[in-house]
Write a protein that binds this ligand. Structure first.
Ligand code: 4AZ
Length: 323
């Protein structure tokens, strides 16, 4: 008698077909709960909506202000930032991993609920990485498609200090969200060639349209449709070395939520006039993100892919005719 059959026989009220359907339903529910974006996303339980606030040109972030921000570390040293998009997945930049392809993922870790890099506290959760899914079309010369999905070995438990961000469904959705304010955050330098900062910094930035950003005196055509520029023309607010992979997040007043609009990618030095930070535009990667998250679900659970596929793809004939 197989263990599955034993379970069936212990559930006299369910016939085989009903049991399989129930199992299928429960598995699908569990996998999607862990890897899909949450219904509750982009909200920060500890901090009020952004008021008149005005990295480079930033300030220390209040505790719990950016609960989706994580530090991706190599042997416990901050390497890049990332953003929690579901309890099991973190979005970051491909250039954070591309040069380190030969380093085993076991040397990396993802740290959430962190304010000071040197002082992880009671609110901090640390996870190892089970898979790094780099964008297949990443171009290390142009930085096009600079997005990578990091799959965690076990899920983050959401708290007031650890929450997922929302992601736009597509470019149209990004436009209709009509963002009122955007912020960049990170532990990167506060000036070009400077060191990391210990406490998380935040700075308000403006989204800059691609036509302006591609002007000859700005980036002269380097900005692809998969990128979005953000900063100030003066260069007074900018991301810098060490901020890579981190969030460009914008607040929707209508929805009272934050959306991940960009992933910190590159820029000409830091804080230079007409050379704003360049971010991978998340709305362009919504379909990729969905596919990746769905495809990674079985791996995330250390479950046998074949078993899961078999369960998820129970032949309809079998369901209709259990005997
Ligand atoms: C970097 O090296 C980097 N000013 C990130 C952002 C910017 C420049 C450099 C944008 O990680």
């Amino acid at each position: 008698m197989t263990s599955l059959t034993r379970i069936y026989s212990n559930l006299p009220k369910l016939n085989e077909m009903e049991f399989k359907e129930l199992l299928l339903f429960v598995i699908t529910l569990c996998l999607s709960a862990l890897t899909s974006p949450q219904d509750s996303c982009g909200q920060r339980p500890l901090v009020a909506p952004p008021g008149m606030s005005r990295i480079v040109g930033g300030r220390e972030a209040p505790e719990g202000a950016w609960p989706w921000q994580v530090s991706i570390q190599i042997q416990s040293i901050h390497h890049c930032s990332g953003t929690i998009v579901s309890s099991l997945t973190v979005l970051t930049a491909t250039h954070c991993f591309h040069k380190f392809r030969s380093i085993s993922t076991s040397h990396f870790r993802v740290v959430a609920g962190l304010c000071a890099l040197s002082a992880p506290g009671d609110q901090t959760q640390i996870r190892s990485i089970s898979k790094v899914q780099m964008h297949e079309d990443y171009n290390d010369v142009t930085s096009d498609n600079d997005v990578t999905l990091v799959l965690l070995s076990s899920p983050f438990a959401f708290t007031d200090y650890i929450q997922p961000v929302c992601t736009p469904h597509n470019v149209t959705h990004e436009l209709i969200l009509n963002f009122s304010q955007c912020f960049i955050t990170g532990w990167g330098s506060t000036y070009y060639t400077g060191g990391q900062t210990n406490r998380l910094q935040e700075a308000e930035v403006e989204l800059i349209d691609r036509r302006t950003c591609n002007l000859m005196t700005w980036y002269n055509g380097l900005i692809t449709e998969n990128m979005i520029c953000a900063g100030l023309e003066s260069g007074a607010s900018d991301s810098c070395q060490g901020d890579s992979g981190g969030p460009l997040q914008c607040y929707s007043e209508d929805e009272d939520r934050f959306y991940l609009v960009g992933v910190t990618s590159f820029g000409y030095m830091c804080g230079v006039p007409r050379k704003p930070g360049v971010y991978a535009r998340t709305s362009r990667f919504a379909a990729w993100l969905n596919t990746c998250q769905t495809a990674s679900a079985p791996a995330a659970h250390g479950l046998h892919t074949g078993l899961i596929s078999a369960l998820l793809c129970v032949p309809p004939m079998l369901l209709l005719n259990p005997h």
